[in-house]
Write a protein that binds this ligand. Sequence first.
Ligand code: SAM
Length: 446
Amino acid sequence: MKEVTLLKQAYFPFVPEHRQKKRRYHNSDANKLFAQDRAFHQWYRFVLSFPPHLVQEYIEKFQLRDGDVLLDPFCGTGTTLVEAKKFCLQSIGVEANKMTHFAATIKCHWTIDPDQFIAESKKIAMLAEKKIRSCKKIQTLSDEQMELLLENSISPMPLHKTLILLELIDATQTQFTGHQRLALATSTVRYSSNLHFGPEVGVTREKKQDSDVVTDWLTTIDMFVRDLREIPIRDKTIQKKKLRTEVIWGDSRYLGDCLQNYEPHSITAVFTSPPYPNEKDYTRTTRLESVLLGFLRNKLELRQMKQGLIRSNSRNIYKNDNDDHFIDSYSEVKKIAETIETKRIAMGKTSGFEKMYHKVVLQYFGGMTCHLQSLKPFLKKGAMLGYVVGDQASFLQVYIPTGKILADIAVQLGYKLIAIDPFRTRFATATKMNMNEEVVVLQWNG
Ligand SMILES: C[S@@+](CC[C@H](N)C(=O)[O-])C[C@H]1O[C@@H](n2cnc3c(N)ncnc32)[C@H](O)[C@@H]1O
């Protein structure tokens, strides 16, 4: 691998100087959002987001500069894209979950006027307070929508107030509407809901019977405004360089469909974190705000969204799934799947989900193979790629070395393996093992 040299100050005028030095951090801090990195990232994050400092590290290692195009094919809440923007780099994100696609889009939209934004939001807040005081009928969601939520995600009174506020935001339809909706998603989850994340999403025992929804929303808007006020200089540089950030709603197993507007060989680097093969249901983490903002209206839409995701847990495996045929020649994956299934039978585990475990492994690595294959035509010769993945043992404690398998698959597809860099370790209580999270670094030489 090329020796790591830091970019010159000129290439990232807005990244504080102390961030440009080689970083060392403790394992326990590795996944944290550092205080100096909060701007724009704090608008909306989820437990599955990786930290901005990791993206910074690889932008530096890959020596990205003016004219380079950075792709995050599993962009989630847009951490890579926001960092690319801070480094004045062009970037593209692909994301299949409508809620996180929306959040990433808004987090990269910095050209609204902060003073007007707060003034318009205060007007809506006043109307909302008035309507909340006068409204006698408690607003709620439809039964179909309610069925999608984790039970008791939000108590009736905060929900009532949130829906009144949302209706008024949507009725105005201004250039600020997207930001106001995202601020409502963030403030609802943070201040009004009964949800906790640790790392699984769950419902707290102590329910919030009421909350000051409108004030909390304005506090969140204020936080957006503080970040927006800092950017006039950044923005000028970005505009001068005609920087583009595009967030595409699509399925990264089929990048030919997602990147139709991009020339072949136009992507210089990839930095991303795909789902890991474990029992995390990515749509549950974002369920409350997805339903509130209308991205999920019924079970059919939920199913359709799940079908657009890499199969990574037993709740999104379907009868017609056939990504496994992409890994017909990878015996290691098949061996792991067989070990899981044999163990399940030996343990007498017969639930529908447990019967899916071995299928998840086959579909997961098949889907990732399909993704890596569909990416190739878009990569520039010499393109550098970083995939952040974690080893797993969620399926009956059978160990899955995710990074190593992904690296083997990539090599068979013609990528060059540069390194598997350690990122952090996590202690898994179920297995009493330290599980590695790593960055698989690849290069595409055409
Ligand atoms: C680990 S998260 C990425 C988090 C992101 N790095 C961040 O900082 O927010 C993986 C993301 O991949 C998305 N995803 C899963 N399958 C996908 C697919 N086939 N195409 C596009 N996105 C997908 C999930 O919805 C999830 O947001």
